[in-house]
Design a protein around this ligand. Structure first.
Ligand SMILES: *Cc1c(COP(=O)(O)O)cnc(C)c1O
Length: 231
């Protein structure tokens, strides 16, 4: 019941942010971030129409993948270790967290073995927070060029995790910077690289992110409630 209301509220706020910024609702995909949440809750969200789920642990993706319908589009949004790529490479529809050439090479190799092409985003640490993964804005264009020549992997855009802030306005500049970076990279016309996806905005700041051009917002708490990491 709570989930249904949370979801309706989230959908309404996404729609309003789209209207405010003159964007069409179809331009923005809601990724329901279900990490730590039990399969029953994901099933409830599924029954309410959600098909795109975000997870940050390989084991959790593989376990939930087994138990839930096959038309779900799983999004790997967390830091990915190279030795675990093989377990999810043919199960996820996008990896949002590519932050090194070595990781991209592994994804390319493992995807080749399974004969799939994996859409990925480059994770950019726009705020340059020490505690976060991701590459710097400055490094991003050359990494995109290096990855572009690898088979079985396709860069489709950029992702960032903005700092935790009380007032979402504080992150507006971060989102603008990521948008501008994506335009700069698109302008380079790198073969096999598109910049159609901007994954930015979480529960606290997704409306501002949409106003600044997000095409994917990753909302966890706002849909499923607070996470319990003590279990
Ligand atoms: C957990 C997580 C989210 C969702 O965070 P909420 O604040 O609960 O909406 C979004 N993106 C990433 C990468 C995450 O790890």
């Amino acid at each position: 019941m709570v989930l249904k209301e949370n979801l309706q509220d989230t959908q309404r706020r996404i729609l309003e942010a789209c209207k405010r910024s003159g964007r069409r609702r179809e331009e923005v995909t809601l990724v329901a971030v279900s990490k730590t949440k039990p399969v029953e809750m994901l099933r409830e969200a599924y029954d309410l129409g959600i098909r795109v789920f975000g997870e940050n642990k390989v084991q959790e993706i593989t376990a939930k993948y087994e138990q839930l319908p096959t038309d779900i589009k799983w999004q790997m949004i967390g830091h990915l270790q190279r030795n675990k790529v093989k377990y999810i490479v043919d199960k996820v529809s996008m990896i949002h967290s590519v932050d090194s050439l070595r990781l991209a090479e592994t994804i390319s190799q493992e995807a080749g073995k399974k004969q799939v092409v994996v859409p990925v985003l480059l994770e950019v640490n726009v705020a340059e927070e020490e505690s976060k993964f991701g590459i710097s804005v400055r490094e991003t264009p050359s990494l995109a060029e290096q990855i572009s020549v690898l088979p079985n992997i396709q860069i489709q855009g950029l992702m960032t995790i903005a700092p935790y802030v009380e007032n979402p306005e504080e992150n507006r500049q971060i989102f603008r910077t990521l948008k501008k970076l994506s335009i700069d990279i698109a302008g380079k016309n790198i073969n096999n690289v598109t910049m159609n996806v901007l994954s930015m905005g979480m529960t606290g700041d997704y409306e501002v992110a949409i106003e600044e051009g997000a095409t994917m917002v990753r909302v966890g708490t706002g849909i499923f409630g607070a996470r319990d990491y003590t279990r």
